[in-house]
Design a protein around this ligand. Structure first.
Ligand SMILES: [Zn+2]
Length: 267
């Protein structure tokens, strides 16, 4: 089962999160036909989003996009472990990575930040993002091996009042370990004392798209184009970029939308 587990150490000085999402990795890789050379970047983006979403409040969504060399990997995740992802082209062609993070609440955008990184992997760029945005060092490691269905990421941080020596000792110890190291050994390296589980969340693929919402993207085509499509092809389809669901609209539906657009914007 894919899940996120959060721990806190016995002295309340260190906190850790582990996401295990081997099944999700396989599902998304097949859904989006991710080429082997993009697998690490794509899924480092997904695992990073799931970990960062652990700082959200209920009913918020974290939207994280990484751009690199004309490609963009995008993931949405909630505190409750609901997630969806997509890959697309990007016009951003500078060297390195650009990371855009948006936090969305029920009433819209709450927070947005963009960090550019000259690092050479999504993982390292995400670490840099954390340092810049949180002003506090962290350990972030990632292990993805699609042949064994293993996809994990581990985040270790302190709290605002954690002694600097305690945190840096824990980070040096975990940074020194191989990313495939089992979680118990990672935690023990950070602090040999007690660790308590705070909570455990199931990770699930979820896309909130609907036939009605997909219709809104048709409206952006404009009334004239919709009328033309209705006359020529008799139908139009919209495919969701995230879950690949195909929504088909017949001629009378297209004409209905065109009519609505015509009444909304009288000339
Ligand atoms: Zn969808």
């Amino acid at each position: 089962m894919d899940r996120i587990v959060r721990w806190i150490d016995g002295k309340d000085e260190l906190r850790a999160s582990l996401v295990e999402a081997g099944n999700l990795e396989k599902f998304l890789r097949e859904l989006h036909e991710i080429p082997p050379q993009e697998e690490q970047s794509f899924f480092q983006t997904v695992l990073g989003t799931l970990l960062f979403a652990q700082d959200l409040k209920t009913h918020q969504t974290l939207s994280l996009q990484v751009e690199h060399a004309g490609r963009a990997w995008h993931c949405d995740a909630t505190l409750e472990g609901m997630t969806r992802a997509m890959t697309t082209g990007s016009k951003w062609l500078e060297p390195g990575f650009r990371i855009s993070v948006r936090r969305l609440g029920q009433k819209g955008l709450i927070y947005q930040s963009v960090v550019e990184s000259k690092e050479n992997s999504v993982l390292l760029a995400l670490r840099e993002y954390l340092e810049v945005s949180e002003q506090s060092p962290a350990h972030l490691s990632c292990y993805i091996d699609s042949s064994t269905l293993r996809a994990e990421a581990f985040l270790l941080r302190g709290f605002p009042d954690t002694p600097v020596e305690t945190l840096s000792k824990a980070l040096v110890a975990t940074d020194a370990l191989d990313p495939s190291t089992p979680i118990r050994e990672l935690l023990t390296a950070a602090n040999p004392g007690r660790w308590d589980i705070l909570n455990e969340t199931t990770v699930e693929h979820h896309c909130p798209c609907t036939r009605l919402r997909a219709m809104a993207s048709l409206a952006t085509l404009g009334a004239a184009e919709l009328e033309e499509a209705a006359a020529k092809d008799g139908e139009l389809e919209v495919i969701c970029d995230f879950c690949r669901t195909r929504y088909v609209y017949n001629a009378s539906e297209l004409l209905n939308i065109a009519q609505l657009l015509n009444t909304e914007t009288p000339e």
